[in-house]
Design a protein. Structure first.
Length: 135
């Protein structure tokens, strides 16, 4: 199937034993985006987890790409694991804010996800506060 191509590329990359190369997370990001474009969210999620892992290993977390991966993971977990979703969306929010990206589209998307999740678990006040912060 289609999903094997991303997995093959990743396997081949790992076979080169890249250790802690920044190319690992750049490749994982690219594969995640590719899988997402094909509508394979499960595979995209696997690669966003790799982005998260690789960046954390290198300590490169103050980056829009890391925040984006966290937000995507949060969105993915919304249906299955609300605690995990809250953690990932909140982390993305804090990183975007620390980088002064409150007017960026990824931040706004994350805020909407975060607010919707808060609202769905009965945190209406908090959800409203998060939405108002977008003004």
């Amino acid at each position: 199937g289609n999903r094997s191509s991303e997995k093959e590329i990743w396997k081949e990359w790992l076979s080169l034993d890249p250790k802690d190369s920044i190319f690992s997370y750049l490749l994982a990001e690219s594969l995640a985006d590719s899988a997402k474009k094909k509508g394979d969210y499960e595979l995209a999620n696997e690669f966003y987890l790799q982005v998260k892992k690789q960046r954390e290993t290198l300590g490169h977390i103050y980056s829009p790409n890391y925040a984006f991966a966290m937000s995507e993971l949060g969105g993915f977990y919304q249906r299955t694991n609300q605690d995990s979703a809250l953690y990932h969306l909140n982390t993305a929010k804090l990183i975007y804010e620390a980088m002064g990206m409150e007017t960026s589209l990824p931040y706004i998307k994350n805020q909407i996800r975060y607010s919707a999740l808060l609202s769905s678990i009965g945190q209406k006040e908090l959800a409203l506060n998060e939405m108002f912060s977008l003004e």
